[in-house]
Structure formats: structure tokens, C-alpha cells
Write a protein that binds this ligand. Sequence first.
Ligand SMILES: N[C@@H](CCC(=O)N[C@@H](CS)C(=O)NCC(=O)O)C(=O)O
Length: 231
Amino acid sequence: MSQALIEKQFPPSTADKIQLYTLPTPNGVKASIALEEMGLDYDTYRINIMEGDQFTEAFKAINPNSKIPAMIDPDGYGGCRVTMMESGAILLYLAEKTGQFIPSDPVEKNECIQWLFFQIGSIGPMFGQFGHFYRFAKETCKDPYPTERYKNETRRLLAVLEERLKDRDFIMGTDYTIADMAIFPWVRVLSGFYEAGEFLNVAEFEKTIAWAARCESRPATARGLTVGSAD
Ligand SMILES: N[C@@H](CCC(=O)N[C@@H](CS)C(=O)NCC(=O)O)C(=O)O
């Protein structure tokens, strides 16, 4: 039933391709970066969250939580169709499917997953709340408390990254992994879309800025950053 609903609204161009439902936001680009870096074939459906596409019944059949990104792999576990929400789960799924961008050593793999969860549990929610109060709720919320609170937490998290990156090119050392793909889009949005680089004094976190630029300079990653844009 729900598969029919999804296919009616988002007819797949090729039945056996991965279907990605997204928009180029810090959460959305994680999935497209991974798909590009891993060389997987996929179709993209732009979900315009400003116009409420995420609340349609067809989209909720893919992600009941009405958030992008979401993904369908017709060739999932045991060759069966798998439907996915949550960017961290999508990254982990794709890394395990392809055996790429995740360490094979179990100790290092676990450490990589810890940093992935650090993004999902801390960086995403805190930076996101900071952006909301600093950029979008400026007029409706005059109380400085929330902006101050999330500014402090954002800077504290940037300091955690700075420490991790002081002697590493990437989060896991020399290799680019799904942990980098998850975290750097949230760092670039601070000076980019949120226009808060000066307010947060992001320049102070030199290693982190250099690492984000290193991630972004990868051709496949740069392609992933634009997937789902309005052409
Ligand atoms: N924990 C989720 C968060 C996803 C998320 O918050 N996506 C935002 C865009 S960055 C969204 O879809 N917002 C639409 C809404 O809140 O209505 C994930 O990592 O996938």
C-alpha cells in the first residue's frame, strides 16, 4: 500500500536504482555526499521542506518523522527493498553496503561510529538550534538567552572538533570517512547559510576550518553538496 503511494507521487526512473529524497541542507547533503563518494547510481527527488512536501502522505510513508533525507534501496538486505530515515543510519547503511568510508578494524570502526553519533546527538541539534535563534527567530524572539546558550554550546563543540583535528587530517586520521561526511556540512553552514562566522569567531578554530575546506575540496563531495538544489 505505502509503496504504491510513494511510487505514485515519486515515480522511479529505474526500478532498481537507489531513490534519494532530499534537499541540500546540512542533513540532506550527508546522504548525497556518501552516494557520490561511493559511486552508487541513484535518482534524486527534491523535497521542498519550505513548502511542506515533507508532510505529504507519500513522503511520510518513507519517513514518518517528516524530515529529509530519506532513502529507498530496492536492493537492500538479502536483495529486498529497504526504506530509510535518519541521515546517520543512511550513512552507516551505505558504508556497510559498499565497505567504503568506514574502517574495517572493529576498534576503529566503533570509534568512527562514535563520532558519527556525536554529530547526530550533539552537533546537529545544537548548531541547528543556534541557527534558528540567531538567523531565523531574530524578530520573534528578542530574549538573548537562547542565542547565548546555543552560541556557547556551538563554540564548545567546535573546540571538541579542534582538539580532535589538531594532529589529524580527517576525523579518523588519514582517511576520509562517514564521520567527516556527517560533521563538516554542519561546520560550513555556520559561516555560510547562518552568516554567523564573525559572531561565533569561527576563525579561531583554525584546524577545523582547514579540515572542512579539505573535505569540501573533494570532487565527489563537492558534487554531493549540490544534489537536490533548484537547478
Ligand atoms: N535527525 C535527522 C534530522 C533531519 C532534519 O532535521 N532534517 C531537516 C532539514 S536539515 C528537515 O527535514 N526539516 C523539515 C522540518 O523540520 O519540517 C537526520 O539526521 O536525518
